[in-house]
Design a protein around this ligand. Structure first.
Ligand code: ADP
Length: 719
């Protein structure tokens, strides 16, 4: 047999793979993890490809094959595709896939105990407590003693007496096997028809995408559960992607109720040990049901049959740092490569997905109504010109009236404002200076609950000063504009007898606090919830019948071409929180722009009107989904050099038909953490291969060290 070489990809940011010789007699295949020398070091990499040796070069030998589950060929292709499309090196994508080498080793072992068949003759109260409260078994002595409230000596003694059996077991046990027949509710006729369509798609075991398009509360989750059940039934793996803030205990327990076991979770707050466990169990194909945030898409599933992207329109699917990618779009790519199904679910689908559904590229599965007698909330606009709030206030008379009516009926109200803290701006009355974040072009936000001034861009915070930092005038700092804390303060003035709570990432940051607040809300211990977008995701409050939106114009500002779409989506979702049980809901939106198409269509309850107006606009301007966009962010510590680099980059742009370059310009946040930033926007016709164009362009310039040039294909953020 002719000698063979292997292309090894290392999880580092270099342009491509390196060639090595495969030593004679060593059996190596694509996807294997191997050690190979780089300089004097041995590095772990993945065999990306195998080629016949042409004898032209002397190559170093691969040192050793690591005994572990290889990556599948589909996974390799997915890595390559992600890298090419998003204009990053494949090594960076591999690093996203293999974040911990320890996950490649089998789980460490530890002694664990379970009850034996026969009990010892001497049973004490402590031993009885072990049997009753020490489980689930098998468990470690420390776990059993904590749960049963006995010393670990008692656990050992019970084992010595024959009541417990000790076994050497993996520290990271397997996840429970989901039961597709467990749980499940009686679906309505429309839901059954939708779930049958999805099941048929999954059963094809081939690439297909369905857009599950159903109004808020129409039972989309119940319906896609059936598609998940179909994938699991045949022994496949299923991945459900949800926005990070929907990964709450309440969200997870819904899966457990349906499938009988807790799914394997994947999110940013997961500890290293849990991460390794999930990775390993997924790689072995044993974790069948995974619920996670966007990066779960890069777990090494060997046997994936279905990916559900819940709330597919959500902006949190876009990763904005490191490898900049959109998990919704990459989910479709992964399915195409590995030949399986994708379900994109939303009450407010992105225009991209809607157009794909309407042109037949995706199956369009529609749930037009809520089950039972539940109707969609009535939405009305409050023109702030006609109903200005009292001086210094932010809640207008119609919102006050509506809230009073709801409280009189013993129901609940929600006031929505997507702004954390007390006030978004702190200005000195004496000298007019605004309190600014150091090294970042962003104003500090006053957080009165903690007595701090915070930068929401960088997380910087300082004690709220008592005097102006510039002119030193005492007590001159003035809060300008509302945040949720201020709305709650004002609500307490208007509704003195109501129980009011704030729900934002500041007040309910950890899962336990979120769960506690949810329970208080469900039990009616809260009358008025003042919340940011955190309240929008996946919570059902049966007694919530009124939603007041304090600032309906908030998302319309800025240079985002999707601003209208985002406003429409958010407000539909916010309003959709009202009236989920048997009581009809009502939403009032305060606005300065009642004629804006997104708001007018919302008030008219006419989604189609908004979609066709918005699509018309996008088509005329060649914006997605009728044209392509790429963003370029150039950043560095010196303003002049950053600007010069941006200009030089523009001057090196390849000539191509159907490509237009806008900028460089200063983005809304011109400096972050001391680094100046400049932006370009590249607009291209549909026929242009934009990633390829950007790659050619990018290769023409080598930014000096400490200067960065990042490419963002299909940007969602324009900050
Ligand atoms: P969506 O995902 O579309 O917002 P959900 O699946 O969360 O909707 O359903 C909203 C609420 O209605 C949930 O509490 C759900 O359990 C309930 N529900 C949906 N369909 C039915 C049904 N056929 N019978 C009883 N309850 C249902």
């Amino acid at each position: 047999m002719a000698a063979q070489n292997a292309q090894i990809l290392f999880p580092v940011n270099v342009p491509g793979a390196f060639d090595y010789r495969i030593p004679h007699g060593v059996n190596i295949k694509r996807g294997d993890f191997v050690f190979a020398p780089i300089g004097k070091q041995m590095k772990l990499g993945v065999v990306f490809d195998i080629l016949e040796d042409d004898g032209g070069r002397t190559l170093k030998d691969i040192a050793q094959v690591k005994a572990t589950q290889p990556l599948s060929v589909e996974m390799l292709r997915f890595i390559e595709w992600t890298a090419r499309y998003n204009c990053v090196s494949p090594g960076l994508v591999l690093r996203m896939v293999v974040r911990s080498y320890k996950a490649l080793d089998p789980s460490p072992m530890v002694t664990q105990f379970s009850p034996s068949e026969s009990l010892p003759s001497k049973m004490t109260a402590s031993r009885q407590s072990i049997l009753e409260h020490g489980g689930p078994f098998p468990a470690r002595a420390s776990e059993i003693s904590e749960r049963a409230g006995v010393s670990s000596g008692v656990v050992r003694g019970f084992e010595a007496a024959g009541g417990l059996i000790a076994q050497n077991l993996p520290v990271d046990g397997p996840f429970g096997v989901p039961n597709s027949e467990h749980g499940g509710i009686a679906l309505t006729f429309a839901q059954r028809r939708a779930s049958d369509e999805l099941i048929a798609q999954v059963a094809k075991r081939d690439y297909n995408v369905s857009l599950l398009d159903g109004v808020t509360g129409s039972g989309k989750t119940e319906v896609y559960f059936e598609a998940v059940a179909e994938a699991l039934k045949k022994g496949g793996q299923a991945l459900i992607l949800v926005p990070e803030i929907a990964l709450t205990q309440a969200g997870m327990s819904r899966f457990e109720a349906r499938f009988g076991v807790a799914p394997a979770p994947w999110h940013s707050q997961l500890g290293d040990a849990s991460r390794r466990r999930v990775w390993r169990e997924v790689a072995q194909g044993r974790a069948q049901l995974v619920v996670g945030a966007r990066s779960a898409l890069y777990l090494p599933f060997p046997n994936l049959r279905l990916i559900v992207v819940d709330e597919e329109h959500d902006t949190s699917y876009k990763q904005e740092e490191g490898v900049i990618y959109n998990a919704r779009d990459m989910a479709v790519v992964r399915a195409k490569i590995a030949k399986h199904s994708v379900v994109l679910a939303s009450a407010t689908p992105s225009l991209e997905s809607l157009v794909n559904a309407r042109t037949g590229r995706y199956a369009h599965v529609i749930l037009p109504e809520r089950p039972g007698v539940v109707t969609l909330p009535e939405i009305d606009l409050v023109d702030l010109k006609d109903h200005p709030p009292e001086k210094g206030d932010f809640i207008s008379a119609p919102l006050i009236e509506a809230t009073n009516a709801v409280l009189a009926r013993g129901e609940q109200a929600m006031l929505y404002l997507n702004r954390r803290g007390y006030a978004p701006l702190i200005i000195c009355r004496n000298c007019g200076q605004k309190l600014k974040s150091p090294d970042t072009d962003s104003w500090l936000v006053e957080h009165r609950a903690t007595g701090r001034a915070m930068c929401h861009q960088t997380g910087f915070s300082m004690r709220m000063p008592t005097a102006c930092l510039e002119c030193k005038a005492e007590d001159s700092l003035n809060a300008v504009g509302p945040g949720v804390e201020r709305v709650a303060e004002e609500a307490a003035k208007h509704f003195p007898d109501a129980k009011i709570e704030i729900f934002s990432s500041d007040t309910a940051g950890n899962p336990a606090e979120i769960a506690a607040r949810m329970t208080r809300m469900e039990q009616g211990d809260i009358d008025i919830l003042v919340g940011t977008q955190m309240v929008v995701k996946g919570h059902n409050f049966p007694k919530l019948t009124f939603v007041g939106v304090v600032d309906g114009d908030l998302a319309l500002a800025g240079g985002d071409p999707r601003a209208g779409e985002r406003t429409y989506q958010t407000l539909v979702q916010v309003a959709g929180r009202a009236g989920r049980a048997d009581k009809p809901g009502h939403a009032l939106i305060q606005t300065h722009q009642p004629d804006h198409e997104a708001l007018a269509a919302l008030a008219a309850g006419d989604r189609e009107r908004f979609i066709s107006a918005e699509l018309g606009l996008r088509e005329a301007l060649l914006l997605p989904p009728f044209g392509k966009l790429a963003g370029v962010i150039i950043s560095g510590e010196d303003l002049k050099k950053t600007e010069a680099l941006a200009k030089k980059f523009v001057s090196l742009a390849p000539r191509a038909d159907g490509v237009e370059i806008l900028g460089p310009s200063e983005p809304p946040i011109g400096r972050i953490r001391g680094r100046y930033r400049r932006r370009l926007l590249v607009q291209a016709e549909m026929t242009v291969n934009l990633p390829k164009y950007m790659k050619t362009w990018r290769a023409r310039v080598k930014p000096p060290s400490k200067y960065k040039l990042q490419i963002d294909i299909d940007p969602q953020s324009f900050m």
